[in-house]
Ligand binder design. Structure first.
Ligand code: 6PG
Length: 261
């Protein structure tokens, strides 16, 4: 147990090619999930990296996704209202949901405006329990998103799981509160935990730009990547069916750019 899972790295010349490849991949995964289980449950991240991807999904790639069977959840949220420019839901609404103009089966946001934040945490956890209840109604059914889209910060954080933070040792909750995020925007956050990410079928990291390369290098050098002993938070992420990395050449370490898997 706790063996690092093999992961797949895909490197493309620039951010647009990378985002296009990932939009196509999400289409494949969505159709496979709908064929197998009747729906595609997708968790989305905020930040600046996925904006191009969301635009493609809302436009050119929209016909390739069975939107009526797509259920969207969120990886994390900032403690702000949905119309605040820092809101992850707000970003997804502006860049994907509104321009798409098609109904989805379900969109479940994290209510970052609620106080205390524990109320938002508990409400989102309840939503996930209901969303991922097994047919037998087992209350402890794990959150099993078909795909979770993650970004990586320059400090190696992912979701709102920051290096050295107490949130990293959360072992039972699916959702937790981060009071002091180490990077901007320094507003409190609500985030999926490592155990909640680990029960998803597939995690896909999208990392673009030269500023992330030293972090990606550090992640790929980590012999414990994909286990709880991984050095940086992003290195501790696992998924039941594998982790995929979509990188542009600027973000990819030399070895990956030469096509090494
Ligand atoms: C958030 C994100 C976060 C993000 C990374 C990378 O709420 O900020 O979910 O985990 O993916 O910080 O952010 P950038 O894409 O802006 O570099």
């Amino acid at each position: 147990m706790d063996q690092p899972l093999t992961d797949e790295r895909r490197v493309f010349p620039g951010p647009v090619e990378t985002s296009r490849a990932l939009a196509g991949r999400l289409g494949e995964l969505a159709h496979a999930a709908v064929r197998g289980r009747g729906r595609f449950a997708l968790a989305l991240s905020g930040g600046s990296t996925p904006v191009g991807l969301y635009g493609l999904l809302a436009g050119e790639y929209a016909p390739r996704i069975p939107w009526g069977k797509v259920e969207v959840g969120f990886v994390d949220e900032r403690a702000v209202a949905p119309d605040d420019p820092r809101s992850n839901f707000g970003l997804v609404r502006r860049t994907l949901l509104e321009p798409l103009e098609r109904p989805l089966a379900r969109v479940e946001r994290i209510e970052g405006e609620l106080r205390p934040l524990e109320v938002a945490r508990d409400r989102y956890e309840r939503t996930l329990r209901e969303m991922f209840e097994t047919s037998s109604g087992a209350p402890e059914a794990p959150p099993s998103f078909d795909a979770v889209l993650l970004g990586v910060g320059a400090d190696g954080h992912t979701a709102s799981l920051f290096p050295g933070a107490g949130t990293l040792s959360e072992s039972s909750r699916w959702v937790t509160v981060e009071r002091q995020p180490a990077l901007d925007p320094r507003v409190e956050r609500i985030t999926l935990t490592l155990p909640a990410l680990a029960t998803s079928r597939r995690v896909i990291f999208l990392v673009l730009g030269e500023s992330k390369r030293p972090t990606v290098e550090r992640l790929f050098r980590d012999p414990h990547r994909g286990t709880p002993e991984g050095e940086l938070p992003a290195a501790r992420v696992r998924a039941r069916e594998g982790v995929e990395w979509y990188l542009d050449a600027a973000a990819a370490p030399e070895t990956s750019r030469r096509g090494r898997k």
